[in-house]
Design a protein around this ligand. Structure first.
Ligand code: FUB
Length: 335
């Protein structure tokens, strides 16, 4: 069994990046709460972020906790629920991206800026215009230097609440509260909802153009994944990495509990579903990142080993990831 990487706090949703020759991990900081469990994830009531770093993804780990780098109280527009964050580096600055509910209870995505990968980070006073839902994952293309944000999460993450045909000045449909709760498109002939992608502007604090669907195709039909295909449809936990000239978009299937991936030739898609990365783990959620370190590839993810299965009290783990000769990820079968 892979040992937890961090044991003195509950941590989840690890976004790992190599900055200055070290692995920095930007996870959610889970905590006990008295909010009742529900399908909306209200019990995931996190209120700050820590940053961690390590020089080895193999035991014995040497993880450093750099302490609290941002609190919900430091974010002028946010009310609660600091969910899965990510980070990026560009032109000498580090950017921490994070979802939180705004004062109206709607999830938006914020950015906080710092001079060091270990923080601290100062939050912009407003969420990123045109952002909504949860789970931002930022990808800076190692070849072009272009930056993109991928985001979205169903049910508690509210992605299904933004389906209208009309849009505001930022290209975002109005929030439709009638889709709140465990709802999503379903039925014969219906297409799944897709994650969103937006190119980031050169200041890394705005979308250069409105977010668009990142379409995921079924390999056997070449058509978009069907809404009822819960073993393969996008639910949450976007991540992008590039290996060779191929782009790999990976994600969680939510209520079927897989980590899966799709391959494409452009960061904007389309992507074709390519298979599973990780089977269900202990706990409801599964969420990850994939990073190359010293010419080997690593899957950071979480499960609920330390809390013995309490869904909102999770712990980060890391496993080596292998590819076959055709560039397909070899699925990790079990612990
Ligand atoms: O940590 C809160 C939520 O749980 C994340 O935003 C989801 O991806 C799931 O891991």
């Amino acid at each position: 069994m892979t040992p937890p990487l961090i044991t003195h706090l509950y941590t989840a949703d690890p976004s790992a990046h190599v900055f200055s020759g070290k692995i920095y991990i930007y996870p959610s900081h889970d905590r006990e709460s008295d909010v009742p469990f529900n399908d909306n994830g209200d019990h995931f009531d996190m209120n700050d972020y820590h940053v961690f770093s390590t020089t080895t993804p193999e035991p014995p780990y040497d993880v450093i906790d750099h302490g609290v780098v941002l609190r919900v109280a430091d974010v002028p527009w946010a009310s609660k629920q600091l969910w899965a964050p990510d980070a990026a580096f560009k032109d000498g600055k580090y950017y921490l991206y994070f979802p939180a509910r705004d004062k109206e209870g709607i999830f938006r995505i914020g950015v906080a800026v710092g001079d060091d990968p270990a923080g601290p980070f100062i939050a912009d006073p407003e969420p990123i215009p045109g952002s909504f839902s949860v789970d931002p994952a930022t990808f800076v293309d190692p070849d072009s230097g272009d930056a993109y944000m991928y985001f979205g999460g169903l049910w508690g993450g509210q992605l299904q609440c933004f389906q209208g045909a009309t849009v505001d000045a930022h290209g975002v449909p109005p929030f439709d509260a009638s889709w709140s709760g465990p709802k999503e498109p379903a039925g014969e002939g219906k297409t799944a909802l897709f994650p969103k992608v937006a190119p980031l502007s050169s200041d890394m604090r705005h979308f250069a153009s409105p977010a668009q669907d990142l379409v995921i195709l079924a390999p056997e039909t070449g058509k978009p994944i069907a809404a009822d295909d819960h073993d393969r449809r996008f639910f949450e936990a976007s991540w992008m990495h590039k290996r060779g000239d191929k782009y790999y978009f990976s994600y969680s299937t939510g209520d079927s509990h897989y980590l899966v991936y799709a391959i494409g030739d452009s960061p904007l898609g389309p992507f074709t579903y390519a298979g599973r990365i990780l089977e269900p783990v202990l706990g409801w959620t599964t969420h990850h990142s994939i990073v190359e370190f010293q010419s080997r590839w690593w899957l950071f993810h979480h499960d609920c080993e330390i809390s013995k299965g309490v869904t909102h009290l999770r712990n980060v783990k890391v496993k080596e990831l292998f590819y076959d000769d055709e560039g397909k990820i070899l699925p990790i079968k079990s612990e």
